[in-house]
Design a protein around this ligand. Structure first.
Ligand SMILES: Nc1nc2c(c(=O)[nH]1)N[C@H]1C(S)=C(S)[C@@H](COP(=O)(O)O)O[C@H]1N2
Ligand SMILES: [Mo]
Length: 318
């Protein structure tokens, strides 16, 4: 199943007001009330989103996914504001200031605002969502995220009919992010984007935790995007601003190398990166001689998301 959680517990139903004092406590308290998984439908009963009804309930099952060990996920990270290798970024990210944290939601919406993350968490239903994650560099992992539906958050600010795209902006803390200081490689802050229908899709997630705890800083704390059918670079970390726009935003990677990192970036084994094949992937933790995993179209989420792209020739949209 897509989501292992079976019980929706709005944080507002947790009685102890002290619980709200700390993000970590909120997340832990909500997770403690979760019941081990028996299916997806109950978890989404109040979601009001009929797309869930179409999810396959047969052998396609995230429950069958074995999460990658937490230590591997935490110690092999891409976080270019800190470093261009996967070890230093993990260490340096510990300096990030994540408290307090607020998110501006603005643009083509009826009710723009700046919201404390804790206030957002109180309104949203946290769920454990176990998804495959596929980096464009051809490595992959399975992560038990803790998060909530991006679409549900967007609905709270009432998108206007003119909202066609969503732009996400990551934090700018040049005093502790060395690559922002040198202006290295990408335009900072890191920007990503989605089409509005992609953003409203039930698989599009804002993660605040993983493995039943708050998100490690190196993995995008306190708030990051997870779009499991797209390459890893779309999954922007440390989000401070979400703007609904009429026009497609210019995203950091597509600006840096449009032929290599397109706006759509849907996982597709048939479309090679200009410098390497995307046909297979190395699963984090598997040995050098272990067989590679065959990469799947839309990272295996085609039944859920392919209809978003029915009018596109997938050979031409990287
Ligand atoms: N702000 C920000 N978000 C980011 C990145 C980054 O450098 N900065 N790297 C992206 C890339 S290329 C990948 S593969 C994933 C990696 O997520 P992980 O480090 O949690 O595995 O984060 C994405 N989100
Ligand atoms: Mo990546």
């Amino acid at each position: 199943m897509i989501i292992r959680t079976t019980k929706d517990i709005p944080a507002s139903e947790i009685t102890d007001p002290l619980v709200f004092r700390e993000r970590r406590k909120i997340i832990k308290a909500m997770l403690a009330t979760m019941v081990a998984g028996t299916g997806i439908a109950p978890a989404l009963a109040d979601n009001n989103n009929s797309a869930w009804a179409n999810l396959p309930k047969g052998d396609f099952s995230a429950d069958l996914l074995t999460p990658t060990p937490a230590e591997l996920i935490k110690n092999y990270t891409n976080y270019y504001e800190f470093a261009f290798n996967k070890q230093d970024s993990t260490k340096l990210a510990q300096n990030l200031r994540t408290d307090p944290w607020s998110v501006e939601i603005s643009g083509e919406v009826e009710n723009p605002g700046i919201f404390y993350l804790e206030d957002i968490l109180r309104q949203q239903v946290l769920q454990e969502r176990i998804y495959r994650f596929r980096c464009v560099e051809a490595w992959s992992m399975v992560v038990p995220w803790v998060g909530f539906s991006l679409g549900n958050l967007l609905k709270t600010v009432k998108p206007l009919s003119t909202a066609k795209f969503v732009k996400f902006t990551a934090v700018h803390q040049p005093d502790i992010m060395p690559r922002q200081r040198n202006n290295a490689m990408l335009e900072w802050p890191y920007v990503e984007g989605l089409r509005i229908d992609e953003a409203m899709h039930p698989l599009a997630t804002l993660a605040v935790g993983m493995y039943g705890d708050i998100l490690p800083k190196q993995n995008g704390a306190p708030l990051r995007l997870i779009v499991p059918w797209k390459y890893g670079f779309k999954n922007i970390k440390a989000i401070v601003k979400i703007e609904l726009l009429k026009r497609p935003p210019i995203t950091s990677w597509s600006q840096f190398a449009p032929k290599e990192y397109g706006f759509y970036a849907n996982v597709n084994p048939a479309v090679s990166h200009p410098r390497w094949s995307q046909n297979s992937e190395r699963q984090l933790g598997s040995g050098f001689f272990s067989p590679r995993r065959q990469t799947e179209l839309f990272n295996g989420y085609g039944e859920q998301v392919a209809s978003l792209y029915s009018d596109m020739d997938l050979r031409h949209f990287f």
